[in-house]
Design a protein around this ligand. Sequence first.
Ligand code: C5P
Length: 316
Amino acid sequence: MSATRRARVRALAKINLDLRVLSRRPDGYHELRTIFQTISLADRLEIGFTPGRKSSIELKDDAIPNNLVVRAAQAVMDTIRRAGRVEMRLSKRIPMGAGLGGGSSDAAAVLLALPVLAGGEVELGELCRLGRELGSDVPFFLLGGTAVGIGRGTELFPLPDAERREGVLAAPGVHVSTAEAYGLLSASLTTALQENKIVSFQSQAWEWGCRQPAANDFEPVVFGRHTVLARLKRRLQRGGAVSAMMTGSGSAVFGLYRTAEEAGRALASLRGGEMAGGKGFRFSLVSRARYRSMWRRALDGHIGANAWPLRSRYLR
Ligand code: C5P
C-alpha cells in the first residue's frame, strides 16, 4: 500500500483592476480587455494522492453542487494517466458570486497541485487548455500576479507588478450571476464605443499607476440593479482610495489605499446597514513572484527541478 502524498495549498482570489467589455462574439462569449491581479484573500485546499490500481476522486464535506475542483481533478487524471485515489477538502473564505474568481482559483489550484502529487507532467499550454474548459478565469490563476487578459479573458500577457497598495474589499452578500450580468450588459454594447475603449484600456495597461481612471463596464448595469453597491463604492472613495471599483461582474467592491492607516479607516467605515449579511476584508496585492514562491512552499517536498508549472519529484 503506497503512502498518501499530501499538500495544503492556498487558492488566492483576484480582482480586476480594469475591465472593458467590447462585444458579443460568435461563440456567445464576450470580447474583453482586462487587467487581472491576484490578492491575498484565499480559500484553503487540502489535497492528497495515494497511488494505487484504481482511480477515484473524493471532495469531502462538499456543499457546492458540481464543484469545479472535482472536474479539474478529473481533467488532470485523464491527462496524466496515473491511477490512484484523490482526496480533497476545501475551506471557502472567498465570497461566492462576488467577482473574485474563487471557484476558478480552486480549480486552478487542483490543476497546479495534482500533477505534482500524482507524478505526472502537464505543460503550461496544456494546463491552460484544461483551465479554459473549466472557466474563463481559470487560466489566469495558473500564472498569478498582474496580467492583461484579452479575448474571453483566457489570452494572458504578464504585466510588471502593480504599485504596492493596501486593499479593502466590501462583499455585501449580494450574489450576481456572471451570465446574467453579461446578458444585461450586452444589450447596451455598441460598436461605436469600441475604439474609444481600446485606446483608454491601452493607456491603462501601460500606465497602471493610477494616473488614468480605471473602469469596470459592468458597474452601470449591476449598480442599476443593486444600488447598495454604488453606495459602498462611494464610501471607499470617501476614505481616500486611489482607486475604488467593482471587481468582475460583481458584487464585491474594492478600494486601494496608499497607507495601512487609510485602509484600516476605510474598513471600519464599512459597518452598518449596507453591509448587513456581508463581509469586509483587508488584502494586499500578490505579485507573480510571491504567488510562485507561495506555491513552491505549499508543495515543498514533492517538487523536483525549479520550473513553472512546478515539476513533480515522482516523475517516472
Ligand atoms: O467561462 P465562464 O464559465 O466563467 O463564464 C460564465 C458565463 O459568463 C458564460 O456562460 C458567459 O455567459 C459569460 N461570459 C461571457 N464572456 C466572457 C466570459 C464569460 O459572456 N468573456
